[in-house]
Design a protein around this ligand. Structure first.
Ligand code: PRX
Length: 649
């Protein structure tokens, strides 16, 4: 069996084996050096090398703080790059998507590039027939079925801007995203399978577009066969439209800077922000990070467990992987259905070579026990990846030993919805793989760790992670209809000079970057990005709530979990009220935002100007020193809260 890493060295680092080095696309420092010398020239070359353009660009990069553009004047089509060109180069019969349904009695479905090409063209024609034009927004609210990628690629083909909404988001969350983007068309399904049960997705969609809505047409994929209501003239079955659709649809020649998609994510306010990604820069980096970070070769079967509704799903369950012409595996269900070895059974049966998941999932699997992966032959695996949150040593070791058989490197990939693609990681042919350390900036990416005064911090001092010009081609181009928010969130901390990632970081060995976590009021719950303000707004909407503050508490599986302090109006605290508040969060946002704990308090600690002292609340739930309470408006509140949370100090 091939070993892709060496044994641990004296520092506890792993390095690529000779075998891995000779196999890898990138095996040494050369590319890092070349890119660092002139990042603009590097991306200019890489954009030509990896992506097919209808028309070359006139200018590679333009920076007018806080805006930047890449490949200006260039014309391309992302769908063409992900599908057509592979068919044209003779790879039509190669599987593009291997889809695994959750029910065990259903057959897997394989879509070759040729088949994907047909489906995408037909669906692009369906959208056109329904009046969708370049620049129009289309909301996609689909489960993990290949129609999701077909719908996304069809939008990309005609220049419509898609906004994919995670299927576990509530009707209210979906409505907010539809209204903000002013989408004309919604694509959903009757239902889908989740742990053997049918989730009635169409019902949620109906609720989200009831009453006044910009949605004019709803396209419904028949997936689970559950009964749904179809509203005349508004709702259409996917398969019926596809049966009538014309077969050919030429890819539109789109401007490099034309938006490809909007993806809503949580910020520090109660309202989700629509992150805008554009065709050119996004696909260039989606392509190169897929190819180099996962070291994709023609024979690989790549599996990313992220939902299509998150950015990881967009880049590594669709665009980046398909752009390289690789095969991706796409699984509908949960890791524990029908049993806790489902993932490993899929790896074995499909000979998956690259497996990419989140630390929270690894911790969950570790808790279930190593007997589950041990039942299966995982020798097809060559490379493992993680994303979404810092990985702790224990989870790293469990993953390395039990899934990778101590043979496979782990690439820890740091990035954000905003960056569109991985920016910090360790390339598999270069190394070293250091548990808990993401690694170095991807070639051509310029990052730094600075203090609040813009000074680079030295040695292993912690600081704020920032990006510097030239900004990565795949970095967001703005927030949908929220320019002020864009400037405030990413640019104001550093006078529009650096992009603020809002993450903390520190260096190891003066070279490798360890991410220490968010420095704003954004939480990372089971790898899902959630704003404390959003949960607070949901709880505060309950009629009995006077005020509320949500802080993050460390959680052994989820990484972080929301802890809510609630002050009631007249009502008395009760279990029933608590359940009502849990339900309110579930309905307003979705199950992922549900607080771990709701604690009723008489009052929240406040400064004299009335600001809630979240720092103290965080200290209370993490048993850290609370600090000087004498400057508070109501220091007595702290004493009561200590009892409420069982503070040990
Ligand atoms: O705090 C960082 C954390 O996830 C945040 C971005 O979340 P989101 O936009 O939902 O995108 C997640 C998937 C790309 C970051 O600001 N994060 C992401 N990857 C890592 C990470 N923290 C530590 N290590 C990572 N590898």
């Amino acid at each position: 069996m091939k070993k892709w890493v060496t044994d641990k060295d004296s520092k506890g680092y792993y390095w690529p084996s000779e075998e891995a080095k000779s196999y890898a696309w990138v095996k040494d420092e050369k590319i890092y050096e070349e890119a660092a010398k002139d990042p603009i020239a590097f991306w200019d070359k890489k954009a030509r090398e990896g992506i097919s353009w209808f028309k070359p660009w006139k200018k590679t990069y333009l920076w007018k703080p806080p805006y930047y553009k890449w490949f200006i004047g260039g014309k391309l089509n992302v769908c063409y790059n992900c599908v057509d060109r592979h068919v044209e180069s003779g790879k039509g019969k190669k599987p593009a998507i291997i889809w695994i349904p959750e029910p065990m009695n259903e057959e897997k479905k394989v879509l070759t590039f040729e088949e994907l090409h047909k489906e995408v063209q037909k669906f692009a024609n369906v959208l056109k027939e329904l009046g969708v034009k370049k620049g129009d927004r289309v909301t996609i609210y689909l489960p993990m079925i290949p129609e999701a990628q077909i719908a996304m690629l069809a939008c990309a083909r005609i220049g419509a801007i898609h906004s994919v909404v995670f299927s576990a988001f509530s009707p209210e969350s979906l409505r907010a995203r539809i209204d903000d983007a002013k989408s004309k068309v919604l694509i959903t399904s009757d239902g889908y399978y989740r742990r053997g049960k049918i989730v009635e997705l169409k019902k949620n969609a109906d609720e989200a577009v009831s009453g006044k809505s910009p949605i004019k047409k709803v396209i419904v994929v028949k997936r689970a066969g559950n009964q749904v209501e179809m509203k005349k003239k508004r709702d259409f079955w996917w398969h019926e439209l596809m049966a009538k659709a014309k077969e050919k649809c030429a890819p539109a020649k789109l401007d490099s800077e034309q938006p490809l998609f909007i993806l809503y994510t949580s910020g520090t306010t109660g309202k989700p922000k629509g992150v805008i990604h554009v065709n050119g820069g996004y696909i260039v980096m989606a392509y190169w990070t897929s190819k180099y970070v996962f070291d994709l070769h023609d024979e690989d079967i790549f599996w990313c467990t992220a939902d299509i509704g998150w950015v990881t799903g967009h880049t590594y369950n669709c665009y980046g992987i398909l752009a390289t012409g690789s095969t991706l595996l796409f699984y509908e269900g949960t890791p524990d259905f029908p049993d806790k070895d489902r993932w490993w059974k899929i790896v074995e049966e499909n000979k998956v070579t690259i497996f990419y998941t989140a630390p929270t999932a690894i911790r969950m699997c570790a808790q279930w026990g190593s007997e589950w992966p041990a039942k299966h032959d995982l020798s097809s695996l060559r490379l493992l990846g993680t994303v979404g949150e810092p990985i702790d040593q224990q989870a790293w070791s469990w993953y390395f030993e039990n899934i990778g058989g101590s043979r496979c490197p782990i690439v820890d990939t740091w990035w954000q919805t905003e960056t569109g693609a991985t920016l910090i990681t360790t390339l598999p042919g270069v190394g070293p793989f250091i548990p808990t350390v993401a690694g170095r900036t991807f070639p051509g990416v310029t990052a730094d760790i600075v203090d609040a005064e813009k000074n680079s911090v030295s040695g292993d001092m912690g600081g704020y992670l920032v990006l510097k010009s030239p900004f990565p081609p795949s970095l967001l181009r703005g927030l949908w209809k929220a320019e002020k928010k864009y400037i405030e969130t990413y640019w104001l901390s550093y006078d529009k000079e650096f992009y603020s990632t809002n993450d903390g970081a520190r260096r190891v060995d003066n070279k490798y970057i360890r991410i220490t976590g968010r420095v704003d009021d954004v939480m990372n719950v089971s790898g899902h990005r959630i704003s404390t303000a959003e949960i607070e707004n949901a709880i505060a909407s309950h009629k009995n709530v006077a005020e509320c503050a949500v802080v993050s508490q460390p959680h052994p599986i989820k990484g972080e979990a929301p802890f809510a302090f609630v002050v009631l109006k007249e009502a008395q605290p009760s279990e029933q009220l608590k359940n009502e508040l849990f339900e309110t969060v579930r309905v307003k946002i979705g199950p992922i935002a549900k607080p771990e704990v709701i604690a009723f308090a008489d009052a929240l600690p406040k400064t004299r100007s009335g600001k809630i002292m979240r720092r103290m609340l965080r200290a209370l739930v993490t048993n850290q020193p609370i600090g000087d309470t004498t400057t508070l408006l109501n220091p007595e509140s702290i004493e009561q809260l200590k009892k409420v949370v069982g503070y040990k100090g």
